[in-house]
Each structure stands twice: as structure tokens, then as C-alpha cells.
Design a protein around this ligand. Structure first.
Ligand code: DQA
Length: 140
């Protein structure tokens, strides 16, 4: 069974109530329940933190044993050399995802410090971005 870790960064714990016009009105917990049903043959784990170092700890912890990491680093995408370096340090494939199209928003969001070290990037498809990232790991 393939093992995939979904890691969400800061403020994504507020999905469903946070800026619903951009991020939608579905909580990640309810989305995750359906995702696990849809991919019943995949072992999907989930971690969320608002703290940069905790995200790095989790990337290091799973980054040598999981088949893939689906990472929405949220605001840290645009600022974190530490997260970018942690991705470079591990062997699992990391797929960068964003719910919104970061290139169609404020200028500062179009710059990702992590893109250089990931396998691929999916953004702009709402929560479906996560489905597409999982597909990219399991159908390769
Ligand atoms: C986000 C885009 C980021 O710019 C933002 O800081 C987020 C969420 C997205 O999923 O669209 O928190 O990563």
C-alpha cells in the first residue's frame, strides 16, 4: 500500500471559514474524510501546523519512508528557506499544492521558495489540487 502524507501549513486549519471566496466553505477534515474513501487503497496521513519548525520536523520524520508528501506550505511557501532546505534533504517525492492560483493573486504570492526542490506543483483547482497531487504520486 502506498503511503502518502498530506502536510498543511499555517491558517489552513481554518479552511471552511477562512476567506471562503478564495478557499471555499469546506473544512479540511470533511474533505479528508471523502479523500480517504476515494483513495481507499492508499494510506493517507495528515498533519497541520501553524509553526514552521513543526512542519520541518514532520517533513524530516516522514521524508525517508513515505512514497510521497503533498505539501501546502501556505504562507511559508513564500518565506521559508528552512522548509525549502528540508525538502532538498529528504528522499520522498514532494508535490507542492495550493488551493488558489498563487500566480493570479498578489505579486508576493507568485514567488515560491520551495518550488525549486519539489517534484511538481499543482495550484488553482481548489481542494481538488490535493486529489491531483495524490494522482501524480500513485499513477506514475
Ligand atoms: C495557499 C496560498 C498562499 O499564498 C496562502 O498564504 C495560503 C494558502 C493556497 O492554498 O492557495 O495560506 O497556499
Amino acid at each position: 500500500m502506498k503511503k502518502i502524507m498530506i502536510i498543511n501549513g499555517p491558517n489552513l486549519n481554518l479552511l471552511g471559514t477562512r476567506e471562503v471566496d478564495i478557499y471555499g466553505n469546506i473544512s479540511f477534515e470533511s474533505y479528508l474524510k471523502n479523500l480517504k474513501k476515494k483513495y481507499s487503497k492508499v494510506d493517507i496521513d495528515f498533519f497541520q501546523s501553524n509553526i514552521e519548525g513543526e512542519l520541518i520536523d514532520k517533513i524530516q520524520e516522514v521524508g525517508f519512508s513515505y512514497d510521497g508528501i503533498v505539501l501546502n506550505a501556505a504562507a511559508y511557501t513564500h518565506t521559508s528557506v528552512g522548509i525549502s532546505d528540508s525538502i532538498a534533504a529528504i528522499s520522498s517525492a514532494v508535490i507542492e499544492v495550493h488551493i488558489s492560483n498563487i500566480h493570479a493573486r498578489e505579486e508576493f504570492r507568485s514567488k515560491s521558495l520551495i518550488s525549486k526542490n519539489v517534484k511538481g506543483i499543482i495550484c488553482g483547482f481548489g481542494l481538488k489540487s490535493y486529489d491531483l497531487a495524490i494522482d501524480s504520486i500513485i499513477y506514475k
